[in-house]
Design a protein around this ligand. Structure first.
Ligand SMILES: NC(=O)c1ccc[n+]([C@@H]2O[C@H](COP(=O)([O-])OP(=O)(O)OC[C@H]3O[C@@H](n4cnc5c(N)ncnc54)[C@H](O)[C@@H]3O)[C@@H](O)[C@H]2O)c1
Length: 267
């Protein structure tokens, strides 16, 4: 399929490369001209195992190209929105970049109207897909899907190629079929549901993982007071298949680009 990926940061670049590897014709779009220039030369702005080699291969094959202007991808059947949704001053998700991307899509669709799916991959609050669908209501043939990303930084390309699950939120069967065609051949359980369910699955997953870390840190304080060993306790808990060993290590608390902003946005 012909795919445009708007925003070639962590998620967008990984999405673009993995879709190109899976046989799609992909155009990556980013506002930052210097980033686009480097990407064209096969220089990735992030380090992820396997990404540099994969990027060079899909560039050489002609399966992935990069531009700053979305009109270069006006014949795309799928528009992925992968822009940042940072924390606003009041803790909510700042949707400025997302709304900018939606207005870019609206303009490009009016130049080349056709059946297409706008896929929100950025992490967005429940109701955003509905809002975007309302904004694009005048664009004949456009469906809006939610398809949150669950990649882990450090194994991003592997996770994009072999995801734990593919969550797709849609409001019509044609959009569901289009998303199935896009991910045809990717072996992973599907959760095909409403846009709102898909949006909350993403926040719920991150909040749950953050809760496990915070729980272990609370337990470490108790463990210190009791003179017990939190590492042994974590191991003893994690061997229970109902609990599992992941995200069960006491430490300095959680950080990174997503947990802090996503837990506050959920709250
Ligand atoms: N980084 C992760 O591990 C991760 C994992 C899962 C989900 N997410 C979510 O995915 C989204 C993107 O995160 P990221 O880490 O890739 O962000 P990022 O900041 O690395 O990349 C965003 C990119 O979008 C570009 N951009 C912004 N507006 C644009 C527009 N109108 N047109 C073209 N390009 C535009 C920016 O220049 C930037 O390069 C966020 O909602 C984030 O919460 C991130």
């Amino acid at each position: 399929m012909k795919v445009a990926v708007i925003g070639t940061g962590y998620v967008g670049l990984t999405t673009a490369v993995s879709l190109a590897m899976n046989g799609h014709q992909v155009t990556g779009i980013d506002l930052v001209a210097s980033k686009v220039e480097k990407l064209r030369q096969g220089i990735s702005p992030i380090y992820e195992p396997g990404l540099d080699e994969a990027l060079k291969k899909v560039l050489d094959d002609g399966a992935l190209t990069f531009y700053t202007d979305l009109t270069e991808a006006k014949d795309a059947e799928i528009f992925f929105i992968c822009v940042g949704t940072p924390e606003a001053a009041d803790g909510t998700a700042d949707l400025t970049y997302l709304l900018g991307a939606v207005s870019d899509i609206e303009k490009v669709h009016s130049l080349a109207p056709q059946e297409r799916i706008v896929v929100i991959k950025s992490t967005v609050p429940v109701g955003t897909g509905e809002k975007v669908a309302g904004m694009l209501a005048g664009c004949q043939g456009v469906s809006v899907a939610s398809n949150p990303e669950f990649l882990r930084e450090g194994s991003a390309l592997f996770d994009a190629l072999e995801p734990s699950r593919i969550v797709i939120g849609v409001d019509n069967p044609q959009a569901a079929a289009g998303m199935e065609e896009l991910y045809n051949g990717v072996k992973a359980p599907r959760v095909i549901t409403t846009r709102a369910n898909a949006e909350l699955i993403k926040y719920a997953s991150n909040a749950f993982l953050a809760t496990r870390i915070s729980f272990m840190n609370e337990l470490a304080r108790l463990s210190t007071a009791l003179g017990t060993d939190i590492v042994t306790i974590s191991r003893g808990m994690g061997l229970d298949s109902r609990i599992g060993p992941q995200f069960l290590r006491a430490g300095v608390g959680y950080g990174g680009s997503c947990f802090p902003k996503d837990t506050i946005a959920l709250l």
